[in-house]
Design a protein around this ligand. Structure first.
Ligand SMILES: [Zn+2]
Ligand SMILES: [Zn+2]
Length: 565
């Protein structure tokens, strides 16, 4: 029998736990396990410590002052780096915290057993409270995580994550390249419990109650996030019904977009309010578990505050300058997360101020603004420009507007300001490869987002469609590749985010991790949701794509639930 004990502050609890957690005879194998040695060190029974190796000898030092213990623990943790690397990076970080505040905590340290080869663990608790563990390196598969009886110990109240483990669905995504924001991990693994990611890294032992999803040598990627999208599968968000919103979201989900910002265009106050309300209702239905639809993170209030000379393919009738009474109603819904307004319009300052109060990503789009107007907008909180090179000012367009001396435009302002981000429509029709490469090199993967700017013609046959509202939106023609306005200019894209990712990868020097970042973590960071989604990281929502080697979406998971593929 092998003992599992607490640190010195809770010997009694440890003995009780030892009874519960007794495991078979593996003492020999684990005698050199640094954590096991550490446990022995802390139980202050040096006589029991075996001495088959120099490591053990070191722990057998006679001094037992706290400072010495910390020093020994540090060296043990250094030595155990290899063992710990099999667990998550987070664990290592937490262990650092533990080492730094050793005095404050006591530890539950236990070795592995035959069934869970080589696995050992450590949980740290505050001794003076019965609160949740403050750090844990317990492998998910270890019996301690399964033991409900752990809850009965007086001194420990495990966090709900430990307590409810059995009731939760666990998935292990294996045999794929894990795409992290800064690198790829070949032969990686992603584990989830319920709606959260618990592990992303090198292939490790698979939790034995986990459902296995085999990526077949393909990619394991975070779900995409689309900041700027008007519709799909025949539906435009401006149709103003929850059904249309859900149809468009579901279509984009099949293309890998797990977080979406439905985007308004020009229209009457009533039409825009309808769209915002419909998004609110759709979002609510989703939270009541209507599956098959992307997560609506919030509405992108894009139209109607466009500049008169930069309306593009949108309906001119529905364009206007911002009116406080009107946009207060929009913001009051609490659903607006991205707020666009052309910087040169009267009332823009107040609009930006409102956007800042609601913690929105504030953007300038469909604008012919000058450098000084951009600077003023920046001071008011504007940090992003919609679809770079499309419907925005340039030095020649400013010269037309303001004559000489020639002035800087939105383009120069974005390129020169490190804090400004922007987005590209990388469908292959809006921008040539050199412009995509230029935008990537100038702004880098942390300030450039991929967006679809997709209209209702995605996944629909070629033909005539209406952009925006079904009654008075402008007409455009889809040729099955892109939308065309009657005057021969482009009328936004008809492609999903998977297409943008493939095209960006093919057409630029950005590596795969960078391309995926621009479609996931970067938009998440810019909109303030990176703490919950946007990358494969323990603790974030399990929004995961399985893609083949050519970056075609094979299956889509939102919050740990498979909803496409
Ligand atoms: Zn636009
Ligand atoms: Zn658009």
């Amino acid at each position: 029998m092998q003992k599992i004990c607490f640190g010195n502050r809770s010997r009694e609890g440890g003995q009780r736990l030892a009874k519960i957690m007794s495991v078979k005879d593996t003492a020999r194998r684990h005698v050199n396990n640094p954590l096991h040695i550490f446990y022995r060190l802390f139980t202050q029974r040096p006589a029991e410590v075996d001495q088959p190796s120099c490591k053990t000898t070191r722990t057998n030092a006679t001094s037992r002052s706290t400072r010495d213990r910390i020093a020994v623990l540090r060296s043990l943790l250094r030595e155990s780096q290899l063992a710990l690397r099999r667990k998550t990076k987070i664990v290592n970080q937490k262990l650092k915290v533990v080492v730094g505040k050793l005095n404050c905590y006591f530890f539950l340290v236990f070795p592995g057993c035959d069934k869970y080869k080589h696995e050992s663990g450590l949980i740290a608790f505050r001794p003076d409270s019965s609160s949740s563990p403050i750090a844990a390196s317990v492998p998910i598969s270890h019996p301690i995580r399964r033991s409900r009886r752990l809850c009965t110990l007086n001194s420990i109240r495990p966090s709900s994550a430990l307590r409810d483990h059995r009731a939760m669905a666990s998935i292990a995504f294996i045999n794929g390249t894990v795409v992290l924001p800064d690198r790829l991990i070949d032969n990686g693994m992603v584990c989830t419990i319920d709606s959260k990611i618990t592990y992303a890294g090198q292939c490790a032992e698979i939790p034995d109650d986990a459902e296995i999803i085999d990526a077949n040598g393909g990619m394991l990627s975070p779900g995409f996030i689309d900041l700027h999208v008007h519709g799909g599968a025949g539906a435009d968000f401006m149709d103003g019904t929850p059904e249309a919103v859900i149809t468009a979201c579901a279509a984009h989900l099949r293309h890998g977009t797990t977080t979406i910002f439905p985007t308004t265009t020009t229209g009457s106050e009533h039409q825009i309010m309808n769209t915002i309300d419909a998004c609110g209702t759709a979002k609510q239905r989703l939270s009541q578990q209507i599956s098959g639809v992307a997560n609506i993170a919030g509405v992108h209030l894009y139209g109607p505050y466009f500049a008169e000379d930069k309306v593009g393919c949108h309906s001119e009738n529905g364009r206007r300058s911002p009116v406080a009474a009107e946009f207060h109603r929009y913001f009051d819904t609490g659903l607006i997360r991205i707020a666009t307004c052309a910087a040169e319009l009267p009332g823009a300052d107040e609009f930006y101020d409102m956007g800042r109060q609601h913690k929105c990503l504030i953007t300038c789009g469909h604008s012919n603004s000058t450098w000084s107007e951009m600077q003023r907008a920046f001071d008011a909180g504007m940090r992003h420009v919609d679809h770079f090179w499309c419907a925005m000012s340039s030095v020649p367009s400013i010269r037309q507007r303001c004559n000489v001396p020639m002035q800087g435009s939105m383009a120069e302002f974005v390129l020169m300001s490190a804090d400004m981000s922007t987005e590209v429509i990388a469908d292959g029709w809006h921008l040539a490869p050199e412009l995509l490469e230029f935008a990537f090199r100038m702004k880098g993967p942390e300030r450039l987002c991929l967006v679809t700017d997709c209209n209702r013609a995605m996944d629909m046959p070629a033909g005539e469609y209406r952009f925006g509202c079904p009654t008075d939106g402008t007409m455009f023609r889809s040729d099955g590749k892109v939308g065309w306005a009657p005057n021969g200019s482009l009328a936004s894209s008809i492609m999903g985010m998977d297409h943008m990712v493939r095209h960006m990868k093919r057409s630029t020097s950005a590596n795969l991790a960078q391309v995926i970042r621009m479609a996931s973590l970067t938009p998440a960071e810019r909109t303030g949701i990176a703490h919950e989604t946007g990358s494969l990281e323990a603790g974030k929502r399990a929004d995961i794509l399985v893609m083949d080697e050519d970056l075609n979406v094979v299956s889509v998971f939102v919050g740990g639930k498979k909803i496409s593929g």
